[in-house]
Design a protein around this ligand. Structure first.
Ligand code: COI
Length: 362
C-alpha cells in the first residue's frame, strides 16, 4: 500500500486571470488545459514514488517508450463541480479508482491504490481551483487521470516503469451542438471490442478502434456511432465513448448487459439507481439492434439516450444504418431523459439532495 503525497512544487501560474476568464466563459470540451498537472511514477523495483503537482507542460519520453508501440495505457474521466457556497465536489470517485484498478489489471499496469488516486484528484483540483467553473450552471472541471508504460524497451512484455498523471480541463457540453438529440449511425462494418479483449477496460486502444466508425458516422451525417457485438454484429454494445439506454412505454429502462466488451460506466450505474428510485424497472439485457428498431417503430421504445461522464445524458433522436433509419419518439429530447439528466446534474452541482452519498468533497 503506498501513501503518496502530492506537494505543489511551483506556484506560478502560466495563464493569466484574464485568459482563464475568457476560457471559462465558453469552455467547450477538452480544448483548454489548466496551469498544473499531477504526477507519480511506478517502477517494478520501488513501486509508486514521487507524487508531485507540477506546471502543465510537454512530457519528455524516449521514442522507444513502450506506450508508443504497444499502447499499454489506461485513463479515467471525472468532473469537479462548484456548489453555491464555493466548495468543490466530485462524484463517486471511488468507482473510478476501482475501475482504473480493473483496467490496470487487464493492461498489465500497476494498480494505484484508491487513497492515492483520491489524493491525486484533491491535489490537482486544489492547485487549479480557480479553474473550477462558477456555481449555477452545468460547467465543470473535467479531470483526466491516465497511466502509461514509459519504459524505453521494445520487447513485448509488461513495462517496468509507468507514469501516472492527472490533467484538468474546464468543460461545457461534450457535443458541439450542445444537449440536442443525436443522430446515431449503427456501424455494421466495425466493432469496438471483441470477446476476451479489452472492451471493459478504459484503455486508449478501445477509443482508437472507435475512430473509423465515428468517421463513417460523420460521413452519414451522424453525430455518434453505435457499435454492435463483434461476433454476430447484432447486439448493441456502446457508442464511441458512452453507454446507451432506452425507455419503454411500460416504465422500463433498458441498457445492454455488461458482457466484458462494454465499459462499466459510473454514469450508467448512477442512472440505473436513480431510475429504480423513481419506480422505473431497470433491465440490463442483451438488446439486438433489430429488436430495438422494431420497438422504436412500434412505439414501445419511446426514448433513448447516450450516457457517460463527459456526455452526461444526451438524448438520441434518430438511428441510421445501411438498413434504414428510425426516429425515436418524436425525434426530440424525451421527457424522462431530460428529467433524469436534471436530477443527476442537480445532485452533482448540489441543488438536489445527494441521498446516496455520492458526492466527495475535494
Ligand atoms: C468520459 O465520459 O469521461 C470519457 O472518458 C469518454 C470520452 C468520450 C470523453
Amino acid at each position: 500500500m503506498s501513501h503518496l503525497e502530492f506537494p505543489l512544487t511551483e506556484t506560478t501560474r502560466s495563464q493569466s486571470a484574464e485568459d482563464r476568464a475568457t476560457v471559462l466563459a465558453k469552455p467547450g470540451f477538452g480544448e483548454h488545459f489548466t496551469d498544473f498537472m499531477t504526477h507519480a511514477r511506478w517502477t517494478a523495483e520501488d513501486g509508486w514514488t514521487g507524487g508531485e503537482v507540477v506546471p502543465f507542460g510537454p512530457l519528455t519520453l524516449s521514442p522507444a517508450a513502450a506506450v508508443f508501440h504497444y499502447a499499454q495505457e489506461i485513463f479515467e474521466g471525472l468532473k469537479a463541480f462548484r456548489h453555491a457556497d464555493g466548495s468543490v465536489w466530485t462524484f463517486r470517485p471511488e468507482k473510478n479508482a476501482e475501475r482504473m484498478q480493473r483496467s490496470a489489471r487487464r493492461l498489465a499496469l500497476p494498480e494505484l491504490p484508491t487513497e492515492d488516486f483520491l489524493a491525486s484528484l484533491t491535489a490537482q483540483v486544489a492547485a487549479d481551483e480557480p479553474w473550477v467553473p462558477a456555481a449555477g450552471g452545468e460547467d465543470s472541471l473535467y479531470i483526466r487521470p491516465f497511466m502509461f508504460a514509459s519504459e524505453s524497451f521494445l520487447g513485448v512484455r509488461a513495462a517496468q516503469q509507468v507514469d501516472y498523471y492527472v490533467i484538468t480541463s474546464p468543460a461545457g457540453a461534450y457535443f458541439p451542438r450542445g444537449v440536442q438529440p443525436l443522430v446515431v449511425w449503427v456501424s455494421d462494418t466495425y466493432a469496438r471490442a471483441g470477446a476476451g479483449g479489452t472492451g471493459d477496460a478504459k484503455c486508449g486502444g478501445n477509443y482508437a478502434s472507435s475512430l473509423l466508425g465515428k468517421k463513417e458516422a460523420a460521413e452519414h451525417g451522424a453525430d455518434e456511432v453505435l457499435f454492435l457485438d463483434s461476433e454476430t454484429h447484432t447486439t448493441i454494445d456502446e457508442l464511441s465513448g458512452m453507454n446507451v439506454m432506452a425507455i419503454t412505454n411500460d416504465g422500463r429502462i433498458l441498457t445492454p448487459e455488461l458482457t466484458g466488451s462494454i465499459l462499466e460506466g459510473v454514469t450508467r450505474d448512477s442512472i440505473l439507481q436513480l431510475a429504480r428510485d423513481r419506480g422505473l424497472e431497470p433491465g440490463e439485457q442483451k438488446m439486438s439492434m433489430d429488436w430495438v428498431t422494431d420497438r422504436i417503430a412500434g412505439g414501445e421504445i419511446v426514448e433513448m439516450f447516450a450516457c457517460g461522464t463527459a456526455a452526461v445524458i444526451n438524448p438520441i433522436g434518430e438511428f441510421r444504418s445501411p438498413k434504414g433509419s428510425w426516429t425515436v419518439g418524436d425525434g426530440g429530447s424525451g421527457e424522462i431523459t431530460l428529467s433524469l439528466r436534471e436530477e443527476l446534474t442537480g445532485i452533482q452541482t448540489g441543488t438536489v439532495e445527494d441521498r446516496h452519498g455520492w458526492l466527495h468533497r475535494l
